[in-house]
Design a protein around this ligand. Structure first.
Ligand code: PDD
Length: 305
């Protein structure tokens, strides 16, 4: 079956899809992206992802190339053409094409919009039931990790280090010994008292859409949670841990470096959250938990920068 990509106004065959060599995304990583999960043909948390996309673009002073309505139409059309039942929609917007020069072009070029899909049955990943190992590494990224930029080299290096250590993810650690987040997911632990713990929003981490949905689920289910940094030692001695993202959903962490978490099996709370999240994706709980985000809800981050 032909697979399509969307490139600057056209649906083209995926293996023929190209961008210009002087696209600033290619030369300077001058662009942003979003990954939206698709479960049962439905886009999960589509509006929050598009809210965050808008915010990332604003932070980099790149114009949104099309209206939100048109963006949603393109997403749907690509999902339809690729007959995507489950998987991901990836979209990337860069500042566009200009002769190579670090400063922004004097006359802004049209921003470049690229979209692809990947078919995966996200809801049936073995890692959910088996749990995963994470390693801890120094956080060597820049100081604006709240922007979802395509500049992901430190994340790629960290993920590669994890893979070489037989781990799924690397939890990055700040200079004070506190975990910031994974290279492509948010990091969580569960305290002895059964409280969910994850780092508070700041320029140190990405404001995860899944993270936010987990909070909403926790509220509905009466679970306690706290947003504060935790140390590597706390993570190693936690009774449970997990990672969250558009692709990880709620992935139980059973080992941090050489230390088993709890009894080395996925924790009951993580598994419960995963079930609730899958139920949320299936539409069972969507109304119950989270209304559409307004851009304003993530705006306060801007004040931190
Ligand atoms: N990554 N932190 C980082 C550094 C991330 O790259 C991601 C997502 C998250 C979780 O955000 P969300 O819940 O909105 O997916 C946290 C995506 C999946 C990626 O880069 O492929």
């Amino acid at each position: 079956m032909a697979r399509f990509a969307y490139v600057n106004g056209r649906y083209v065959l995926h293996d023929k899809a190209t961008v210009h060599v002087e696209d600033r995304g290619y030369q300077f990583a001058d662009g942003v992206y979003e990954v939206v999960p698709v479960v049962g043909r439905s886009m999960i948390d589509e509006d929050p992802h598009l809210d965050r996309l808008g915010r990332s673009l604003d932070e980099l002073m790149i114009a949104m190339p099309v209206s939100r309505q048109v963006l949603k139409m393109i997403m749907r059309e690509l999902v339809r053409r690729n007959r995507l039942v489950g998987g991901l929609v990836y979209m990337q917007i860069t500042r566009g094409v200009a002769p190579r020069d670090h400063q922004f072009p004097a006359v802004a070029p049209p921003p470049a919009l690229v979209m692809t899909t990947t078919a995966i049955d996200l809801a049936a990943q073995p890692k959910f039931r088996d749990g995963v190992k994470v390693i801890t590494i120094p956080d060597i990224r820049w100081t604006r990790c709240d922007i979802k930029t395509v500049s992901l080299l430190p994340n790629c290096l960290g993920k590669q280090q994890a893979a070489e250590a037989g781990a799924y993810e690397a939890w990055q650690v700040d200079r004070d010994g506190y975990v910031t987040e994974g290279t492509s997911s948010n990091a969580w632990i569960v305290t002895d008292a059964g409280k969910l713990l994850t780092r508070e929003l700041s320029i140190d981490i990405l404001s995860g859409v899944t993270r936010r949905t987990i909070f909403a689920i926790a509220e509905t289910e009466g679970l306690e949670y706290e947003e504060r940094p935790f140390t590597v030692a706390e993570a190693r001695s936690a009774c449970e841990a997990f990672a969250s993202s558009a692709t990880s959903f709620v992935t139980p962490v059973v080992q941090v470096d050489d230390t088993m978490i709890g009894d080395g099996k996925p924790g009951p709370l993580a598994l419960k959250l995963l079930d609730w999240y899958l139920d949320y994706c299936a539409g069972g709980r969507r109304d119950k938990h989270v209304g559409p985000w307004t851009a304003g809800e993530i705006e306060p981050l801007r004040e931190i920068a």
